[in-house]
Ligand binder design. Structure first.
Ligand SMILES: Cc1cc2nc3c(=O)[nH]c(=O)nc-3n(C[C@H](O)[C@H](O)[C@H](O)COP(=O)(O)O)c2cc1C
Length: 184
C-alpha cells in the first residue's frame, strides 16, 4: 500500500510512533508533521520520532509531495494523533499546508482517510466537525484504548488503538487479543 501518515500536535505521539514501527517495509510510507507536532513529540517521545529506513519525510510547508495531488494515487492517509485544530481545518477544506491538502485529496478521491482524534471533553464544534468528516467519507477512530483484553502496559494499551488503525487499513495484525478469540 501507499500510505501517508500525518502527525499533529495532539497528545498521543506514541500512537504514531507505534504505527510507524509496525508498518512493514513492503508498504510505501510517507510522513508529514504539522507545524505544532514537533513540540508535542518533544514532550512525549524522549528519543524523538524514529523513522525506519525507507520512510519518506515531508516538510508540511511544501506542496512538492506526491500526495498533494489526486493524480498520484495513494491508498490511505492516517492522521494520528489528530488535534481538534487539524480536524476542524480538514472538515472545512482549508488545505493551507500539505498535511491538510493530502487529507482533502483523500476525501475528494474517495480514498481512505482515517482520523485518530484525541481531546477530552469534546465541545459542539469538535462533534459537528466530526459529523461533517464522517459524512464526507472519513473514518473517525478516536484514540480510546480498550481495556477488555487485559493490557498490562502502556504499550499494550497503545496497541489496542494501533491494531484498530491497521484493521481499517485492511492490514492483518495480531497486535491485540481479539474479543472471545480462541487461544492456541
Ligand atoms: C503537550 C500538549 C498536548 C496537547 N494535546 C492536545 C490534544 O490532545 N488534543 C488537541 O486537540 N490539542 C492538543 N494540544 C494543542 C494543539 O497542539 C494545538 O491546538 C495546536 O495548535 C495544534 O496544531 P496542529 O493541528 O497544526 O498540530 C496540545 C498541546 C500541547 C502543548
Amino acid at each position: 500500500m501507499r500510505i501517508v501518515v500525518g502527525i499533529t500536535g495532539a497528545s498521543g505521539a506514541i500512537y504514531a510512533q507505534r504505527l510507524l514501527d509496525v508498518l512493514e517495509a513492503s508498504h510505501e510510507v510517507h510522513v508529514v508533521l504539522s507545524n505544532y507536532a514537533p513540540s508535542v513529540i518533544n514532550e512525549e517521545l524522549p528519543d524523538g520520532l524514529r523513522l525506519k529506513e525507507g520512510v519518506v519525510s515531508h516538510n508540511v510547508r511544501s506542496m512538492n509531495a506526491p500526495f498533494a495531488s489526486g493524480s498520484n494515487a495513494f491508498d490511505a492517509m492516517i492522521v494520528v494523533p489528530c488535534s481538534m485544530g487539524t480536524l476542524g481545518r480538514i472538515a472545512h477544506g482549508l488545505s493551507s499546508d500539505v498535511l491538510l491538502r493530502a487529507a482533502d485529496v483523500m476525501l475528494k478521491e474517495r480514498r481512505k482517510l482515517i482520523l485518530v482524534p484525541r481531546e477530552t471533553p469534546l465541545n459542539l464544534v469538535h462533534l459537528k466537525n466530526m459529523e461533517l468528516l464522517l459524512m464526507a467519507g472519513a473514518t473517525i477512530l478516536p484514540a480510546n484504548p480498550g481495556f477488555y483484553g487485559g493490557a498490562k502496559s502502556v504499550g499494550e494499551l497503545v496497541d489496542t488503538v494501533v491494531s484498530r488503525i491497521l484493521d481499517h487499513l485492511g492490514i492483518a495484525n495480531s497486535l491485540m487479543p481479539r474479543w472471545r478469540e480462541e487461544k492456541e
